[in-house]
Ligand binder design. Structure first.
Ligand code: NAP
Length: 494
């Protein structure tokens, strides 16, 4: 339910990835005055930045769309990265969002003024503007984690992070080193193993793999999707997808329950039946529970890793040398190219932009212990500041588009109070947020993510930085903000 505007607001949306495009579409639909600031030259966020071979989205393509914009054009059950990027570009054009985006424009600072109830948004070039509302849609996984490995800078060939893929780096017929076995590293193994002379996959931790189906859609099927959107709905709202999301989130939160047992059984059986060589099998056998790290959804990794060109190196890296990687036991891997699939600094969010809220409170200070947000969306001390896919939101093998849409519904209801002229600003109370965080942290420690492994899901104190309850609990929470948990500053008379 949205109320009519009695007060005109100006909105700054930070980021033109999946969540920023969503915010822009919703604001444009309402005829609001908004600007999207995008540091790069194109929309797409993570799908623009990542171009590594094998990049695909492990959420079924038809479920990885905005609910209001199903897409008949998907080429396969799981979309490639470039196809997902095409979708976001298509949506941006279709909804006429491009004119509202300032590309190549990085937000450097956000400063709240209590006297005017406005944010000053300072850009990288030093210019600034004032806005009533900030929508922080800057994404999570966009600051590469480049490991501190001795000698890395001495490597003579190309060495680069996966989010900075070097198209000129030798891959075909080359000796390639790949450090990291998260979703990214695993996808790269499956894409380049047959192109290289040798692929040394440096694996610090093995992964549990969930087998999933894969198939292409034919031209006839795409034509049928175009004619009859109900066919798309039958996929994206199917029990196979929605039911899986529910079962998955139930499993995460009830780690000794039947759903988790099922996930573990499927992963273990797939592993046991797939890997033939006993030595490789021991290298690939995880010593932690399935779904503790983000599960690998793959239809081909176990086949591809057994290709003769792939060597899984589980020893400790001693250092990088000009011509390759030296292991702690003295073994040397001569390499032409070194790829760092070493993940992201997942605690940055909108930073390094400096954000200063009420009373001089900075985001760095507020997040000194861990990034946190009320129901993953709002922050005490930071009025009229709303996050999409902010800290402590749901994470796992499901669509973050759905998460962002539900968060938007929550945000929209809070902004309605501002639009109606009933308040100049809104933010959660310190007490309400502290109570939420206490409950969240207690629950998060009991989820599968806290069951004894390392991953980017954990904050630096080792607590899972995620939504620790069910999918339905999240949907319920987003449907209706608890207004008594919010402090509203009275509107200034016009
Ligand atoms: P990640 O899951 O954080 O994995 C990083 C990998 O690098 C881990 O294997 C880690 O080992 C290793 N590593 C880090 N520092 C290292 C060091 N100093 N020496 C040796 N190994 C090191 O990162 P990611 O694979 O880029 O994936 C991040 C997230 O992006 C995923 O979880 C997912 O949410 C998203 N993603 C999704 C898809 C998809 O839809 N299919 C694809 C790619 C990425 P440890 O495990 O031992 O720490």
């Amino acid at each position: 339910m949205t109320s009519p505007n009695t007060r005109a607001l100006r909105y700054a949306v930070v980021g033109a990835g999946m969540a920023g495009i969503l915010a822009a579409i919703k604001l444009k639909e309402r005829g609001e005055d908004f600007t999207v600031f995008e540091k790069a030259a194109e929309v797409g966020g993570t799908w623009r930045e990542n171009r590594y071979p094998g990049l695909s989205c492990d959420v079924p393509a038809h479920a990885y769309t905005y609910t209001f914009e199903p897409y008949p054009e998907w080429k396969a059950y799981y979309a490639t990265g470039p196809d997902v990027q095409d979708y976001f570009q298509f949506v941006t054009e279709k909804y006429g969002i491009t004119p509202f985006i300032r590309f190549n424009t990085e937000v450097a600072g956000l400063d709240w003024s209590d006297s005017t109830s406005k944010w000053t948004v300072t850009l990288g070039d030093g210019s600034s503007g004032t806005f009533d509302v900030v929508i922080a849609a800057s994404g999570v996984l966009h600051h590469p984690n480049v490991p501190r490995i001795e000698g890395l800078e001495s490597f003579e060939g190309p060495a680069f992070h996966t989010a900075r893929w070097d198209d000129d780096a030798p891959i075909d017929g080359a000796k390639v080193g790949l450090i990291g076995s998260g979703s990214t590293g695993i996808q790269i193994v499956t894409a380049i193993n047959k192109r290289v002379e040798k692929l040394v996959h440096f694996q610090r931790s093995p992964q549990w793999v969930m087998p999933v189906p894969y198939f292409q859609y034919s031209d006839e099927e795409r034509e049928a999707f175009r004619r009859d959107p109900a066919l798309i709905d039958a996929i994206r709202f199917s029990d196979e997808y929605i039911g899986n999301v529910r079962r998955f989130t139930d499993a995460i939160t009830d780690i000794d329950g039947p759903q988790m047992q099922m996930i573990e059984d499927i992963c273990r059986d797939y592993f046991e039946q797939s890997i033939r060589d006993p030595e490789l099998k021991e290298k690939l056998r995880p010593n932690y529970r399935a779904a503790c790290k983000r599960l690998i959804y793959s239809w081909c990794y176990y086949d591809e890793v057994q290709h003769p060109a792939v060597f899984v190196e589980t020893g400790k890296i001693a250092r990088v040398e000009p011509k390759g990687v030296r292991m702690a036991d003295g073994t040397f891997h001569e390499l032409d190219t070194l790829v760092l699939a070493t993940g992201f600094q997942a605690d940055k969010f909108i930073r390094p932009a400096g954000v200063t809220g009420q009373g001089g409170m900075t985001l760095d200070a507020f997040w000194a212990e861990r990034p946190t947000a009320h129901y993953a969306v709002t922050l005490p001390h930071f009025p009229n500041f709303f996050m999409l896919n902010g800290p402590t939101g749901p994470v796992g093998n499901f669509s973050l588009i759905d998460i962002a849409e539900r968060q938007w519904d929550y945000i929209d209801q809070l902004i309605d109070v501002l639009r109606a002229g009933e308040a100049a600003s809104v933010m959660p109370t310190v007490e309400a947020h502290a109570a939420y965080e206490e409950r969240r942290i207690a629950a998060a420690k009991t989820t599968i993510f806290g069951s004894g492994c390392t991953s980017w899901y954990l904050d630096r104190t080792g607590v899972p930085a995620s939504w620790p309850w069910s999918y339905d609990a999240f949907a319920d929470a987003m449907a209706h903000p608890v207004m008594t948990e919010y402090a509203f500053k009275a509107a200034v008379a016009a």
